[in-house]
Write a protein that binds this ligand. Structure first.
Ligand code: SAM
Length: 303
C-alpha cells in the first residue's frame, strides 16, 4: 500500500506536468479533502498508508484539476476572511483582494456608534463572501445582498446559514438596486460591491482557468470594464443615507475614472482608495454628501 508521502510526490509531479501552478499545494489540498485531514495532519502522518478506495477518490479529483478546473470548484469550497464558503461551479470564486474591501467596510462600521443598527448593501454578492464576512464580524449590522444570478443567491443563502448569520443577511435576486426597492429595504449606511470590471480587451489575457470555468457575466463589464461600476455609482445615490459610504472594488487603472465619476455625480465627497498586495489601487471609497451645498464646499476646499 502506498503512503501519504509517496502519493503526494506522485500527485505533485503529475499536476506539474499538466502545467498546474503550485502543484504541491494543490496535491496536498486534494488529498486533505479525500482523507478528511488538515495539511498539518498530512505532514505528521506522512507514513500512513492510503487505501485503494481513497486513491480512487483522489484520482477523480486529480483528473478534474489536471484539466485546469479551478481548485475551488474541484473541492466545491474555499476560505474567505477565515470563514468557510461553498463554491459550486457557476458561482464566482472569491479573491484575496476582496478581503481588503471587507476590512475597510468593517473598520468603517466599527467607527460608528455601536447602539445603531447599520444597514449594509452588498451589490453582486456572488457566493455571499462580502455579506457573510461583514455580518460575522459586526454584530450590529443587517446586510441586504443582491445578485442577478439565481444560483448565486441560493449559494449565498446557504453560506450565510452555514456561517450562522442567516438571520442578518437578506438575499435578493435581481438587477443591481431594483430588488432592494421591490423588497422595501431601508436605505443603506454602507454600500459595498465587487462588481464585474473586466474590459473586453482584457478578457483574452485572463488565465484560461478563469475564462473556461468562471461565469462570464460575473467578470465582463463592457468595452472599458466600467459599465457596471458606472451604473452602481449612478443609482447608489437613491439608496444611500446622507453621509453613507460606498466601497467599490475596481480593476487595474480604473481608480481615476471611477473617482472622477463619483465626483461628477456631484454627491460624493471624501474620496479615498486602498492598494492591494500587488500595489494596484483596488478599493475606492467615497461618502455620499448630505446636500449639494456640502459638495460645493468640499470642491472649493480642494481647488
Ligand atoms: C466579480 S463577481 C463578485 C462576487 C462576490 N461579491 C465576490 O466578491 O466574490 C460579480 C457578481 O456580480 C453579479 N452581477 C453581475 N451583474 C449584475 C447585475 N446587473 N445585478 C446584480 N448582480 C450582478 C454576478 O452574478 C457576480 O456574482
Amino acid at each position: 500500500m502506498q503512503r501519504i508521502i509517496d502519493i503526494l510526490a506522485l500527485s505533485a509531479d503529475y499536476l506539474k506536468a499538466k502545467g498546474i501552478p503550485q502543484p504541491r499545494r494543490n496535491a496536498e489540498l486534494l488529498l486533505c479533502d479525500v482523507l478528511g485531514k488538515s495539511r498539518l495532519e498530512l505532514y505528521l502522518e506522512h507514513d500512513r498508508p492510503v487505501t485503494e478506495e481513497q486513491l480512487s477518490a483522489l484520482r477523480e479529483l486529480m483528473r478534474a484539476r489536471a484539466a485546469h478546473k479551478p481548485l475551488q470548484y474541484v473541492l466545491g469550497k474555499t476560505e474567505f476572511f477565515s470563514l468557510p464558503f461553498q463554491i459550486p461551479e457557476g458561482v464566482f470564486i472569491p479573491r484575496p483582494e476582496t478581503e481588503l474591501l471587507v476590512e475597510e467596510v468593517i473598520r468603517h462600521i466599527r467607527s460608528l456608534p455601536e447602539s445603531q443598527e447599520i444597514i449594509v448593501y452588498d451589490v453582486g454578492t456572488g457566493s455571499g463572501c462580502i455579506a457573510v464576512s461583514v455580518a460575522s464580524n459586526v454584530p450590529n449590522c443587517r446586510v441586504y445582498a443582491s445578485d442577478i444570478s439565481a444560483k448565486a443567491i441560493a449559494v449565498a443563502k446557504d453560506n450565510a446559514e452555514r456561517n450562522g448569520v442567516g438571520e442578518r443577511v437578506v438575499l435578493l435576486h435581481g438587477d443591481l438596486f431594483a430588488p432592494y426597492i421591490e423588497h422595501g429595504a431601508p436605505k443603506a449606511d454602507v454600500i459595498a460591491s465587487n462588481p464585474p470590471y473586466i474590459s473586453e480587451e482584457d478578457w483574452e489575457s485572463l488565465p484560461e482557468e478563469v475564462r473556461r470555468f468562471e461565469p462570464r457575466e460575473s467578470l465582463l463589464a463592457g468595452r472599458k470594464g466600467l459599465e457596471c461600476l458606472v451604473r452602481i455609482i449612478a443609482s447608489a445615490t437613491s439608496s444611500l443615507k446622507p453621509g453613507g459610504k460606498i466601497f467599490l472594488e475596481v480593476g487595474q487603472g480604473q481608480r481615476e475614472e471611477v473617482m472622477a465619476f463619483l465626483q461628477n455625480a456631484y454627491k460624493y465627497i471624501d474620496m479615498a482608495s486602498r492598494k492591494d498586495y500587488n500595489n494596484i489601487e483596488r478599493v475606492v471609497i467615497a461618502t455620499f454628501a448630505a446636500s449639494g451645498e456640502e459638495c460645493g464646499a468640499k470642491e472649493k476646499r480642494d481647488r
